[in-house]
Design a protein around this ligand. Structure first.
Ligand code: 5GP
Ligand code: MG
Ligand code: MG
Length: 183
């Protein structure tokens, strides 16, 4: 897998520092509230697993999955819920946990859907943000790091379902997706 990585952007240790910091922020902001962490599968599972353990107040978790009918490296904007939440949202203070905010289409759609279910509050937490790429106006309250416009993999993030298990985050060599489909 390593030969497909152009450059390591965040080492395991650097990610751990970022996640700890966000965990502290959420613990501080949600003390005495009814925190529900909603992880968007599959990209945010690794982040979610680390983040929830860096939060030191009571928290519930749930998962949902969307599909975006996009090609490997871009979201189409047509988002569909593939797996819905198990929990009713009334009374919860929700933090949506995402891997990366890119065009904003996925999160803008999710925000609308979850908002319509009447939670007490709802905010976004994203590990990475590519502000340059935004097409829809969505902002995260908690952001791990802003990154340049490059396609990254690792720490949960995939290309074609691969590289999720890399413990660090790196830029994928464009040759990997430019030649995809040729085989
Ligand atoms: P958006 O709807 O904001 O355009 O796209 C968000 C989703 O696109 C992310 O949750 C992620 O699945 C995917 N995505 C966007 N940028 C990247 C990237 O650099 N690497 C990977 N692996 N996925 C990305
Ligand atoms: Mg995602
Ligand atoms: Mg993906």
């Amino acid at each position: 897998m390593m030969q497909d990585i152009e450059e390591v952007l965040f080492t395991e240790r650097q990610i751990a520092v970022i996640v700890e910091r966000i965990g502290k922020e959420i613990s501080r902001d949600y003390r005495g509230k009814n925190l529900l962490l909603v992880s968007v599968l599959k990209g945010s599972v690794v982040f979610m697993a680390d983040l929830m353990r860096s939060i030191d107040i009571p928290a519930r978790i749930d998962f949902m999955a969307t599909s975006s009918y996009g090609s490997g490296v871009k979201t189409s904007g047509v988002v569909k819920i593939v797996k819905d939440l198990d929990i009713e949202l009334e009374g919860y203070d929700i933090v949506i946990v995402e891997d990366i905010l890119d065009s904003g289409k996925t999160l803008s759609y999710l925000l609308d859907i979850l908002q319509s279910r009447g939670p007490r509050s709802i905010r976004i937490c994203t590990l990475f943000d590519k502000p340059e790429r935004r097409e829809v106006d969505v902002q995260a309250t908690y952001t791990g790091a802003e990154i340049p416009d490059a396609f990254i993999v690792g720490y949960g993030l995939d290309y074609d379902e691969k590289y999720r298990n890399l413990p660090f985050v790196g830029i994928l060599k464009p040759s990997v997706y430019e030649t995809a489909g040729a085989d």
